[in-house]
Design a protein around this ligand. Structure first.
Ligand SMILES: [Zn+2]
Length: 261
């Protein structure tokens, strides 16, 4: 029998999810900048404020000290140092539900122990920006950057199937296929019959502009017409859910609070 190998690790991390486990322990899922998504157990965490004080809330950024054993699927989280608890976003239900949504997307899209530094930085920046403000356009911009980092960028330029030029239909709409991953030309529209959405021209142009923004915070300055917001809300979350092959559980609540705001 091979001896179990133990590695002692330290990494900058974002807490994704914390759940009670046994009497005093917590199960903590975190996303390490260099270590990827790690499932861990924080022993006696409910009693040990010294080792974990206030830093195990979902969305908190920490330095995680943990050990990984080759014989166990669960790492042991021994201690954390709190870097940023993102407290302002916990005071507003819209900001908090947006944070829950971006965290859920990262949680669903990542495999265990697979690092993705760019995705980590996107999540970290988003949580900071969400302390101040949340708009539907900000959420769409996050989704587009998220999709691009995963290699799922929606094709909004040419026909996704044959690269031909796309054409506006008589009603100013462009055929879009979630299954194919983007726009379709008239020929492929007729051939494939997989059109899931008809995208109004104004929405398409706005979507292209949103894909071009260099910095996520620029999205907070953009305020498209309500019908554009509505059509992109109907498109992008469905696109993501299809790509990840998973339902987005926190989406309905986020939608309800954004509509009220
Ligand atoms: Zn085509």
């Amino acid at each position: 029998m091979r001896a179990a190998v133990t590695a002692i690790c330290k990494d900058q991390a974002i807490i994704l999810n914390t759940r009670p486990f046994k009497e005093n322990d917590l199960l903590v899922l975190f996303f390490g900048r260099n270590s990827g998504k790690i499932s861990s157990i924080a022993r006696s965490a409910k009693r040990s404020l010294k080792r974990f004080g206030g830093g195990l809330d979902s969305g908190s950024e920490v330095i995680a000290h943990f050990t990984v054993k080759s014989s166990s699927a669960l790492a042991t989280l021994s201690e954390i140092e709190l870097l940023d608890g993102h407290l302002p976003l916990r005071r507003n239900i819209a900001h908090l539900s947006a944070a829950a949504y971006v965290i859920e997307l990262v949680m669903l899209a990542t495999a265990d122990e697979e690092a993705n530094e760019a995705l980590y930085d996107l999540l970290s920046q988003s949580l900071s920006l969400l302390e101040e403000r949340v708009t539907p356009t900000f959420i769409r911009a996050f989704e587009l950057k998220f999709l691009a980092l995963l290699g799922y960028r929606p094709n909004c330029q040419t026909c996704t199937n044959c690269q031909a030029e796309v054409q506006r239909l008589k009603n100013d709409m462009y055929p879009f296929s979630i299954r194919e991953g983007g726009l379709l030309c008239p020929h492929c529209t007729a051939e494939h019959k997989s059109v899931s959405h008809f995208l109004p021209e104004k929405s398409l142009f706005f979507l292209r502009a949103l894909q071009r923004i260099a910095d996520l915070k620029d999205a907070l300055q953009m305020s498209p017409a309500p019908e554009i917001t509505t059509s992109l809300d109907a498109l992008l979350p469905t696109f993501i859910s299809h790509r990840l092959e998973k339902p987005l559980r926190s989406l309905a609540f986020l939608r309800s609070v954004l509509l009220k705001g």
